[in-house]
Design a protein around this ligand. Sequence first.
Ligand SMILES: *[C@@H]1O[C@H](CO)[C@@H](O)[C@H](O)[C@H]1NC(C)=O
Ligand SMILES: *[C@@H]1O[C@H](CO)[C@@H](O)[C@H](O)[C@H]1NC(C)=O
Ligand SMILES: *[C@@H]1O[C@H](CO)[C@@H](O)[C@H](O)[C@H]1NC(C)=O
Ligand SMILES: *[C@@H]1O[C@H](CO)[C@@H](O)[C@H](O)[C@H]1NC(C)=O
Ligand SMILES: *[C@@H]1O[C@H](CO)[C@@H](O)[C@H](O)[C@H]1NC(C)=O
Ligand SMILES: *[C@@H]1O[C@H](CO)[C@@H](O)[C@H](O)[C@H]1NC(C)=O
Length: 513
Amino acid sequence: MKRLLLLLQFTSRAVSWSHTERDGAHTRPEITWTTPCANGLDAKFPAGVECGTLSVPIDHGHAHEGSFNLAIFRLKANGTGPARSLFFNTGGPGGAASTWFEAMKRGGQLWSNKMLANYDIIGVDPRGMGYSNPIVCDPDIFNTKPQLLDSGDNVGFAKTLAFNKAFGKSCLDKTGMLIQFMDSVSTIKDFELVRQALGSDKFHYYGMSYGTVLGQTYAELFPDKVGRMVLDGAVDRRSSGIDSVMAEAVTYQANLLKFFEWCDTDPNCALNGRDVRGVFSNLTAKGSVLPANCSAAAPCRAQVTGEDIIWNFQPALVSPDPLPALGLPGRVLLSEVLAQAAQGNATLFSIPLARVNRSADTARYSYYAVACQDYGTALKTATDVRRALYVGATLTPWNKGVCEFLDIAITCIGWPTKLTNPPRALDPARMAKLPGPPQAAAAVLIVNAFFDPETSPMWATGLREQIPNGAAVNLWRNGTGHTSYFLHGDTSTAIDNFLVDGTLPADDTVLQS
Ligand SMILES: *[C@@H]1O[C@H](CO)[C@@H](O)[C@H](O)[C@H]1NC(C)=O
Ligand SMILES: *[C@@H]1O[C@H](CO)[C@@H](O)[C@H](O)[C@H]1NC(C)=O
Ligand SMILES: *[C@@H]1O[C@H](CO)[C@@H](O)[C@H](O)[C@H]1NC(C)=O
Ligand SMILES: *[C@@H]1O[C@H](CO)[C@@H](O)[C@H](O)[C@H]1NC(C)=O
Ligand SMILES: *[C@@H]1O[C@H](CO)[C@@H](O)[C@H](O)[C@H]1NC(C)=O
Ligand SMILES: *[C@@H]1O[C@H](CO)[C@@H](O)[C@H](O)[C@H]1NC(C)=O
């Protein structure tokens, strides 16, 4: 019954939207380009990046109730042929395109030259992130965030609930109305306005991680506009509650075990020849607390718990090789940090403190703002949390169920905004409108590593199950690390060949890099 209501609400929103789009013929949205980029961005970006803003409604259902400026960035193709526009999103949620261009300036070869030659790369700072009216919260409250694993008894639960409410309220008070419209449907309607403003006939897209939620949301809302779409590190939105927690926790553990195996065999691991499993298990044992030597320039929590180490280990597994431009250490450095912690110094595992007006903290705040509107939580009581923690500890003893979806499930308890875009299956009738069978003109390429530490291959399979007409193809990388394009291996080449030439790999191709 509830499901039906949600579906109706969804349909009526979609209908009013297509009405707006029809009217849009008269009032095509217009981007204001600023040269050079304002806010000091010109110096932070590689040469040639243009900065624009587009005024978009806070509430797409009630456009007159307020608007804000969406920040848009464009790096024009430098090839000789005609160029199309490629939208991208790097996930999070909380990832802003502006930080990606900053990483390029720091020397990161993020896009291949083939892509740069053939596509105008279009970056959008999604609403509430980067330079698009960023979410503001109280850092002093945020810095008191309690431990997830302590939230399963009455005292711990009360503390967590009090934190969640105070933190959420600070975000609501400091951000205003926008924080109530942070769901992925609102964000993708912003992207669609950008597509219209650019005059692109199709929406070509590369989305990684949580960016795959935005991609599939676009495909469901605007199936006839989908061009070439790559969903790298896929999320299946049918998975929610304990399913999503365990899908991610199991995936994290599988990747962790791969890390240990690597340590056993490769002398480059700082713990090679030692009991790396014993080290990890001791450091992450209940009650384990180590000091951190934080500096004034990079303040962090003075004490590091076992949970903090579990929590910070996961993002460090994102790329086995270092990607300095993206701040990813790679597994060799990670093993050194683990060895340092085994010596009693856990500084590099400490959680950085949020600070007033620091833009980098926006990503952390907007993460919860989106997640609590796209997922929310099924947990209501200490007993509920304890039950989830039992499952996590049983099925994933190495990481005890700790992962992003456990954080979302616990931190969204008592969050002040409504669950406006709850997880559910993609609407089969709308998805059936995607062009198919696969052809060069339009298709969805779903990419996943077998041992991705964050997005499970289950989700790449489950997402595929919801895309009918053979409009999608799966591509696998037989390795570890979260997402594949920025590793620049054979999988990246296959993605380039699809996005640029329209060449799809055979379904279920497995590549080794
Ligand atoms: C396009 O720009 C990239 C990045 O600056 C550069 O490496 C590449 O050589 C350029 N390609 C052409 C055809 O100029
Ligand atoms: C883990 O802790 C136990 C108990 O203190 C100790 O006996 C053992 O040597 C430790 N293992 C490693 C690998 O440090
Ligand atoms: C912290 O680091 C500073 C400078 O590196 C050093 O002087 C100090 O002794 C260290 N303190 C601890 C407790 O490690
Ligand atoms: C602890 O580690 C940090 C980061 O590597 C380092 O700066 C600090 O000097 C270390 N402290 C001690 C006492 O070794
Ligand atoms: C933070 O930014 C706000 C709004 O721009 C400003 O009013 C406030 O003074 C700033 N606070 C600090 C400590 O910089
Ligand atoms: C994946 O890689 C492993 C070696 O790391 C190999 O044994 C296995 O056959 C590969 N699987 C596929 C499907 O390529």
